[in-house]
Design a protein around this ligand. Sequence first.
Ligand code: IMP
Ligand code: MG
Length: 173
Amino acid sequence: MNNLTKKMLFDAETISGRVKELGRQISSRHPEGDLLLIGILKGCFMFMADLVRSLDVPCQIDFVRVSSYGSGTCSSGRLDIVMDSRIPVANKDVILVDDIVDSGLTLCEYRNVVAQRGPRSLETVALIDKTGRREKFVELDYCGFKIEHGFIVGYGLDCDEQYRGLGCLYVLE
Ligand code: IMP
Ligand code: MG
């Protein structure tokens, strides 16, 4: 991965505009909702911080850590729940917040886990829907950007723990 160069995909202004739109969409769909946003770490941290500030409705937030990836760019094909949420979901409108959906395994499996806990409603939002390698169907209720292929870094997303702090989204090539 060392000799890859990063090419700008979406600049900070574009990301900010899109995240604000997502915030508006979520707020208008949940005007009186008892919202609980559960972010899937670590990739979601920057997206989550901007998304909650774009909401016009109050919400609770929590984070979980699940892992389906090794240190490379390919999914290992299984899900470990490394750190789970303890906030009760009964009577809550839960929205799972992910950075990027690739194979779909992470969001699909963790969504099933939360669904079994009986939230009032359960939705998903991803900053990026990467469609080209989907293995598990995941319904995304809200999505920032759609791409087909490419390994994306920046704005929370990493490659071997690098690049998370960048304010824009880049593709490694
Ligand atoms: P999935 O389980 O294959 O859908 O993978 C989801 C997780 O893999 C995401 O939450 C990311 O953490 C990571 N991932 C997938 N594609 C990328 C990428 O292009 N850049 C950075 N991380 C990625
Ligand atoms: Mg992730």
